[in-house]
Design a protein around this ligand. Sequence first.
Ligand code: 5AD
Ligand code: SF4
Length: 440
Amino acid sequence: MSAPKKLFIKTYGCQMNVYDSERMAEALGGEGYVETKSPDDADMILLNTCHIREKAAEKVYSELGRFKGLKAEKPDLKIGVAGCVAQAEGQEIMRRQPLVDLVVGPQSYHRLPEMEAKAREGEKVLDTDFPEEDKFEKLKNRPKAKRGPTAFLTVQEGCDKFCAFCVVPYTRGAEVSRPADRILREAQDLVERGVREITLLGQNVNAYHGAGPNGDMTLAQLIWELDKVDGLERIRFTTSHPNDMQDDLIEAHGTCAKLMPYLHLPVQAGSDKILKRMNRAHTAESYLRLIERIRAARPDILISGDFIVGFPEETEADFQATLDLVEEVKYGTAYSFKYSTRPGTPAAERPQVDPAEADDRLQRLQALLTKQQREVQDSMVGRDVTVLFEKVGRFPGQMVGKSDYLHAVHVADCDRAIGDLARVRILSSGANSLAGALID
Ligand code: 5AD
Ligand code: SF4
């Protein structure tokens, strides 16, 4: 038998790309590839790219340029670009960088084995279509390989919201939900392979409306079906849009024991003028009332958010409204970004905020968010939480896991195994994690 071919995948961006990279590795596993951690001994290099950050395409071109020497040494090496930059740039990638053998958009990963075969024959292959079929259903699974205790599971892709700053509706296409039976089968399979916690993924996950046995299902209905899967202990989902936060999902946060008390609910800004220009279709007030209702259902829920500062025409008063909203919500975690233009999106054409001013606002917002994050984390001290252990710690006998609220927790003198759940009393709060002790 010939030696297995080696595959090196470099993943950028969001969890959806992490999930997609795993599926691509599995699909190419069926073609005899095993993964390697280094591009140097690879027979195929795939860059799974992200387009959400500024100059994403430029970074991909410079990364590709670095493989020039490798390809000269090893003419059989195949180089591919996947993900949202592949979708956005398409043919342009091969034109600008002749090293590239294949370009595959996020909706075409199930065609990778055929594309790889063509590339092996010396063809340049491109597939950035948005086909109707379910790519995950077509991606072959490796037989029952053991998994870690946590996994992502994509339930919907794409977005119809068209926020004025965002490329996702263009790179990932229209919103599509996977049918519930396929998701449940995949969840069952993950649990059989050792998974205890599943994070349901979607660019607009709470807009989920996949086909079920009696018509379309909501995300909450899907969560209740997953709740019945024996051996699955925890359910999370990300990322949600405030306008799709339906009553049954809010209620599930109060009543479904497996649904974790954590919600990533981006607001982006606190000024109604800016929210309108962002095409968010909600106001600061409606967001705050929504948070109130979610907290009424689940008082201890940890709220996470995304923010953009320096959006075109944002004044100091608009920015102040963002700070005010943050003060009111009290975020447990948050991601904040300086606005940067994405060619082709509506906001790209508008008058830009002075970059120095935007930098200053980002620093002020991040200072407030970091302070809140720390306060929420510190408030865990003295409380009892459930921890799912994910890895061994740096010190003998120490284990590290995540609490229900997604805080990292270090536990000393811990006789539990990876994949175990245990009640832990939180004793102290450090820079980025908590420390606790097992409760007998
Ligand atoms: N500029 C800055 N931040 C952006 N995001 C999306 N597009 C842009 C952009 N053009 C941020 C949003 C989104 C997160 C994933 O990335 O806050 O919620
Ligand atoms: Fe982008 Fe999210 Fe807005 Fe959709 S809802 S356009 S993914 S920021």
